[in-house]
Every structure is written in structure tokens, then in C-alpha cells.
Design a protein around this ligand. Structure first.
Ligand code: GTP
Length: 326
């Protein structure tokens, strides 16, 4: 089994943390999200993966090297971003001989890839999309079913009222090499918007319903939520890198703190993500913020919900209304 992992996006919604670190290396319980995907692929018998990259490539290569969890890794480098479809065409030399998987690199799930692949082979369709159910499908690609899990229509980001179901694209597909005929070479293509609707029209698109945990870490709230999925035993727990120093009387709730950050005394940090190498002073209250790498926050400061602080800034006064400090 081969898989192509889409990990070339800019992750603009996770700025400033994604300025220095690609989203696929964002830690969940101190392990990069891509390692959860690779481990799960390895358990399903995958031996080869293609990493579709174009942004912060050196950082990714340095971290993952040539092999991980027994999977041989090939890097497929785009000169300019090719979207979610173009990278599949670019890597066609690896993918033209058998069915393969394509995975978004920013999703935490426990999908049984082997079962998906078996279902796909039985379907004899060009693509089998993993589908997951959500309460509000309006941020996602939503499907309308025909009979036997055929997908009749694929609608990207409909309004809540117009959504044909609450089953959405889970960012994990089994594809037949025939898909390569639907993607032009050297072009930025959205597989969701430009290829799947065509396959649905031609009755070549099927669904695989997945009922387990699923979350896309693309925005700070969902990145925080992904930790909670992994820590169901302790609801208010935070994920703090072992190198972080924490002073006396500081409370850190539902937050994520990356490596080498130091946190002073009697702070209250809630629903917040703090990058690496930050210095957080004493008597500070931060709620619902995203703090970039290398930021210093002086003593006696309040930072309110929605604030984002860019890397290496020094915060010397309270931020009472949410804003971006660049
Ligand atoms: P935002 O800028 O915050 O929308 O994030 P993003 O750039 O990651 O886009 P999105 O969340 O829609 O991407 C879904 C998946 O596709 C992620 O795993 C991305 O890394 C990946 N992806 C998005 N665009 C590209 C691209 O041009 N090339 C490659 N190789 N992967 C991409």
C-alpha cells in the first residue's frame, strides 16, 4: 500500500505559529501530527509514502529523514503550490501502478486505512472518500448520497441550510490511478472542487463512512481540541513540552506550550497556544491567544481572547481588545 501525504499548505490560519513550523510538525502530546498518520499507515501495512511538500521543506526533511515507522519516504517538491490535486499528478511516477491513498497531513483520526482500501477495491470506483459526520458541515466539503454509498453530489462549503447531509470529506481518499487522467500537469488544482464533482457526475465516486474520532487541526481552537481527544481522561489538562519551566502558583488550563518556553509565577493561562522559546513573566493572565515563537511577555499583563502575537515580539502592556501584534 502506498500513500501520498499533502503537507505543502501555508497554514495561514495558524499564524504566527506556522511561520516557522509546518503544520504537519505541530505537536499533539509532544509528537508531530504527521507521526500519528505515519504510525497508523505503518500499522495498516503501508511501506512507501510520498510527502508532497513546498513550504519549510528543510524543516520537514530534517525531522522525518528517509524512513519513519518502517515506511520509505519520498519527497515530491512543488516549485509553486499545486493545491490538493496538482501534487498527485506531480507524483504520478510513484502512483501509476496500483490503487493508493491520499491523506491531508493536518488531520487526527483513527481511520482503518486497510478497511478503506478493501472497500475501495470492492467498489471498483475511481475514488472512495472517507466521510465523517459533523454538526455544522458549512466549513467542509459535504456529500449527497445515492444508493450503496455512491456520492451523487459533492458541495464545497455550503451554508448550513443548503448542506445536502452532515457527512463531510474527511481528507482521506483511496484512489485508482485513473484519477491521474483527471488532473492536468503543472497546474494548481483543488481535488475537492475540480475533480470530485466531475467524478460524482460520472458515477465514479463512492463514500466510506467513518464513525471514529476525527479533527482537522487547521485553526487554533481545533488544534487545542485535538489534544483533548487524546486526553479524554483529564478534561482540563494541557499539553506542555517537558523542557518548559513553570513557576510557583501558575495555572495552565486547556493550553499547549511548545519547547524551551519559561513561565513565571502566579500566571493563569487558559485556552492558549504558546510557541517555542518564549519568556512569560509573573502575574500574567492569557486567555484564548496564540503566541508566536520567541515572544517575551513582561510582568502584570492581561492578554485577551483572539490575540495573536508574532514571533520575537516583546509585550509590555496589556492587550484588552483582541488584535495581532506584528
Ligand atoms: P490555510 O492556509 O490555513 O487554509 O491552511 P493550508 O494551507 O494547510 O490549507 P488546507 O487546510 O486547506 O490544506 C489541507 C491539506 O492540504 C493540508 O495538509 C495542507 O498542507 C495541504 N495543502 C494545501 N495546499 C497545498 C499545496 O499547494 N501543496 C501541497 N503539497 N499540499 C497542500
Amino acid at each position: 500500500m502506498k500513500a501520498l501525504l499533502l503537507i505543502g499548505g501555508l497554514a495561514t490560519r495558524l499564524r504566527p505559529l506556522s511561520l516557522n513550523r509546518p503544520k504537519c510538525l505541530f505537536p499533539l502530546q509532544n509528537k508531530p501530527i504527521i507521526e500519528y498518520l505515519l504510525e497508523n499507515l505503518s500499522n495498516a501495512g503501508c511501506k512507501e509514502a510520498i510527502l508532497a511538500v513546498n513550504n519549510l521543506v528543510d524543516t520537514i526533511e530534517r525531522h522525518l529523514g528517509e524512513e519513519k515507522y518502517g515506511i520509505k519516504l519520498h519527497y515530491s517538491l512543488e516549485e509553486t503550490p499545486l493545491g490538493t490535486g496538482g501534487p498527485v499528478k506531480l507524483a504520478q511516477k510513484y502512483l501509476c501502478d496500483d490503487d493508493f491513498l491520499v491523506l491531508n497531513g493536518d488531520i487526527l483520526s483513527f481511520i482503518d486505512y486497510r478497511a478503506l482500501m478493501n472497500k475501495h477495491k470492492n467498489n471498483k470506483s475511481t475514488a472512495t472518500l472517507t466521510l465523517t459526520q459533523v454538526k455544522d458541515p458549512s466549513r467542509f466539503g459535504v456529500v449527497r448520497f445515492g444508493s450503496n454509498d455512491a456520492i451523487k453530489e459533492f458541495v464545497e462549503k455550503p451554508t448550513k441550510e443548503e448542506a445536502p447531509s452532515n457527512w463531510i470529506n474527511a481528507g482521506c481518499y483511496a484512489l485508482n490511478p485513473e484519477i491521474l487522467d483527471y488532473i492536468p500537469a503543472d497546474k494548481k488544482i483543488s481535488i475537492e472542487r475540480e475533480v470530485f464533482p466531475k467524478l460524482a457526475d460520472e458515477n465514479k465516486l463512492k463514500g466510506y463512512r467513518y464513525y471514529g474520532e476525527w479533527i482537522d487541526i487547521g485553526v487554533p481552537d481545533d488544534y487545542l481540541q485535538a489534544h483533548k481527544i487524546l486526553q479524554t481522561k483529564n478534561e482540563r489538562a494541557s499539553s506542555i513540552h517537558p523542557s518548559v519551566k513553570i513557576g510557583i502558583g501558575s495555572k495552565i488550563l486547556d493550553s499547549i506550550i511548545w519547547e524551551n518556553t519559561s513561565i513565571g509565577n502566579t500566571n493563569e493561562i487558559t485556552d492558549t497556544i504558546i510557541g517555542a522559546n518564549c519568556i512569560i513573566g509573573d502575574r500574567i493572565k492569557i486567555t484564548g491567544a496564540v503566541i508566536g515563537d520567541g515572544v517575551t511577555i513582561k510582568n502584570d499583563i492581561i492578554i485577551s481572547t483572539g490575540t495573536r502575537v508574532w514571533p520575537n515580539k516583546i509585550v509590555e502592556a496589556s492587550i484588552v481588545e483582541a488584535k495581532e501584534i506584528k
